[in-house]
Design a protein around this ligand. Sequence first.
Ligand code: GLA
Length: 615
Amino acid sequence: MLQIVGKISVATTLVFFGLTAPAMAQSYNNLALTPPMGWNSWNVFHENINEKQIQQIADAMVSSGLKDAGYIYLNLDDNWMAKHRDANGKLTHDPDRFSSGMKALGDYIHSKGLKFGIYGDRGTRTCHHYNNSDQFPGSESGSNGREDLDAKTFASWGVDYLKYDNCESNPNTQEKDYTAMSKALLNSGRDIVFSICMWEYKEWMPKIANLWRTTFDIGPAWISTSWYRGVYQIIDDNNKYWQNAKPGNWNDPDMLEVGNNGLSYEEQKSQMTMWSIMAAPIMISSDVRNMSNEVKELYLNKEMIAINQDSLGVQGHRISDVDGKQVWTKPLRSGDIAVALLNNNSSTQTVECTFADLGIEGEVEVYDAWQKKNLGARTSVSAELPAHGSALLRLIIKPVPRKPFKGKAFAIPGKIEMEDFDINGVGWGNTTYNENDSEDHGATEGGSSYRPGTGVDIYKKATGYIVGYNQAGEWLEYSVKVAKTGTYTMSAAVASANSTSSFKLSMDGEDITEEIAVPQASSGENNFDDYNEVEATVNLTEGEHVLRWTVTGDWMDIDYIKFCTEGQCEATSAIRQANSAAVQNITAPRLLKKGNALFVEKGGMRFDLTGHRIK
Ligand code: GLA
């Protein structure tokens, strides 16, 4: 059992034995750890939905292979409900179009192996009922003030996903209203993905929802001159928020227009390319009962889906735009890098990407997702792209084995100061994917000059150095020497302003702990100075090992890790690891920025931000 054992921001260590760490969560509800995929009724059928048609859509999602490819959610949008609530004040189905009721429809959807999504509104009436007030006078379709009841009703129907709209609502109670439904869903007794539809991003959203629409409604145009937004305008808007995306939290640039009239084939392909690279939720909104083979192939492309669903959960972003010839990149869990080339011109153009500009030296294998072929080992790609056309590529980065460590290993039992990470292996903490953060935060903001140039954010605090700005997927390694095989108590001093931070430890590639929750600072948001010790029991084997500390949840800071036997923790480090650049006889590593690409150069080699060697 993992325990929070104390607060070390106060002089005496308070011990809270018996307190179980919160359940591990990547997001507030531990759902949607990859971008949701599925189907939504609005852009294809608008208000004209009915039971029979939705059942046929469910059947088609299965028979066409969409379900098996990952398109799991079948989401009803606006106008499934009756104008008036039932005698108990509950939302209820439209009696003509959904005569069997929503529970029966949910059962049908579930029987096909799909998940059931529904639509609601934070105001008094849903958007369709509000926009057509003459047809829906006195409509009670909005959930305002009845969030708990409605969430429970949805749960009783087996709803798995709620899109929650913004019509006929009070502009001053956005956060309050969305939070009320978020809490109601958590208390509903069912796991329900929460999708905010407020047509803009606000910083309170990631704490209470799994996804949020970043823009107004999408429509079937590349650039729109009408009330709706065109696909390219949305791409441009959605890119601004790329740093907010992570497992359980996604920017939603709205549904696919692929399969509907209005976009050219190349534009449809580009919507798929860009939704993939932007880790966007992929909601088809076309009549999948009658799909052309061309459209079906766009939806079902395995590599496009794999890039979108990559578990690292980073939203790709634009790194260059020369006269509308754009390059976008997205780091992937394996260390590979996805690249999208986009031609935003209305004429054919050649879009090029030289890998050296991404910090990659030499040749890498390139896989082309749309051509479905390996383009071989290359140092660049160049694609002739039609108007608004795109290419989606995977650069296959081969990791190299860790180099032998030449410093002195940390003794266990003992204490490891986190700033003394190995610098001769591949153990670079990729401190951030945030380009604004490329320049040693610790050195510039926290006043630390300890191990400058590593790209790891080391801050000087009253208690000594700490490693800050650590986000999901980042890791650091430490060479350790375990004196004796046995059971040890590991305690780590950690801090976070978030409730969903966590880390794990592994040794020689094997996990030695589960994910360990990092308590949220009790003193409020944005406070990373409130340190706690968290504990786990670990079994270690005598001898030299490589210990890896990996961030598995939201942002966190860390000061040290101690390993103790029989509850007797060493107060100070037994051996301060001698792993300076000089000792290891390598050139001090540097974090470099070329264009918008970041990489680490050390010992004459280059590494990408996930620690993999770049040839
Ligand atoms: C809003 C939303 C759309 C759709 C309609 C339904 O416009 O942004 O996605 O849900 O309401 O009325």
